[in-house]
Design a protein around this ligand. Structure first.
Ligand SMILES: Nc1nc2c(c(=O)[nH]1)N=C([C@H](O)[C@H](O)COP(=O)(O)OP(=O)(O)OP(=O)(O)O)CN2
Length: 194
């Protein structure tokens, strides 16, 4: 069975080298909608795959890091990167171009890592990320499955340690060290009640 939870954020970017000129040469923004699809062949004590409420802790906080931020590609022009970081205190640096496709791969890997680190408390079993859908506009979206997330050869390597959040984003997290803890493999213990 598959469940899906929708998250939203506003974000700005340039997607270099794409065919659409407005997209590749002008900073512009989108009201993103992110669908996280989880699957399991078991149900928990509440007869749910995974309580939607539990997705509103670390997963939501991570996705919300992108809200009112600019997303940068580490390979972009250094002058542009310096400018963007100077004039936007909320920025995220990715090792890949911030297309809808790459956003969906990034979120797949992030959510999977969080789930792998989670200590479940309500008899949840065998929960996997089925896919992640990133709606960039009302009319265009990308959907990433596992084989896409790990298709490093054809789609570019994404190592979580190469995703960098600005100081202001970290300051706004409930735990300033959240990302470092995720990278270091610290466990997240789910609350027994929300
Ligand atoms: N496959 C992709 N194509 C495009 C992406 C992308 O991430 N993946 N991104 C863009 C631009 O960011 C652009 O802003 C969105 O493109 P488009 O759908 O053409 O935007 P419109 O607002 O013009 O959409 P309409 O609803 O058709 O008016 C470009 N392509």
């Amino acid at each position: 069975m598959i469940i899906r939870k929708l998250f939203k954020f506003e974000n700005a970017h340039i997607v270099r080298n794409c065919t659409s000129r407005r997209c590749s040469r002008s900073i512009h923004g989108h009201s993103y909608k992110i669908e996280i699809l989880l699957e399991s062949n078991f149900l928990d004590n509440g007869q749910m795959v995974y309580d939607f409420g539990l997705m509103k802790t670390t997963i939501k906080e991570l996705i919300d890091s992108f809200d009112h931020a600019i997303t940068l590609w580490s390979e972009d022009n250094s002058e542009y990167l310096e400018f963007a970081k100077k004039f936007s205190e909320r920025w995220v640096m990715l090792p890949v171009n911030p297309s809808a496709e790459q956003f969906s791969r990034v979120f797949f890997l992030m959510v999977e890592r969080v789930l792998n680190l989670t200590v479940f408390q309500n008899n949840e079993k065998n929960i996997k990320v089925n896919s992640v859908i990133v709606h960039e506009t009302d009319t265009g979206y990308a959907q990433c499955f596992r084989e896409d997330a790990y298709n490093f050869e054809n789609m570019g390597k994404i190592e979580l340690k190469n995703i960098i959040f600005s100081e202001q984003i970290k300051r706004e997290w409930s735990d300033y060290n959240m990302w470092d803890k995720i990278l270091n493999g610290e466990r997240f213990i789910n609350p027994k009640s929300l």
